[in-house]
Ligand binder design. Structure first.
Ligand SMILES: [Cu+2]
Length: 73
């Protein structure tokens, strides 16, 4: 189990946190997501396979948010 951290802009409420948790939860290898709209911090626990920062950042941006940090390795 590994933990990836991303800094995200554009979350304004608990609904945004939930949206990010939902889209990231669909990525293979993602085990747990915690997003905090007040800090913009997103922490993702991933299994050994597949999920990497680039994929996570892509999903977050596709959902309408902006990843400001942690998008590359
Ligand atoms: Cu919101």
């Amino acid at each position: 189990m590994d933990t990836l951290e991303l800094q995200v802009q554009g979350m304004s409420c608990a609904g945004c946190e939930q949206r990010i948790a939902t889209v990231l939860g669909r990525v293979e290898g993602v085990r747990d997501v915690s997003a905090d709209h007040s800090t913009g911090h997103v922490r993702v626990r991933v299994g050994p396979a597949l999920a990497d920062r680039a994929v996570l950042a892509e999903r977050i941006e596709a959902a309408g948010f902006e990843v400001v940090e942690g998008a590359s390795r």
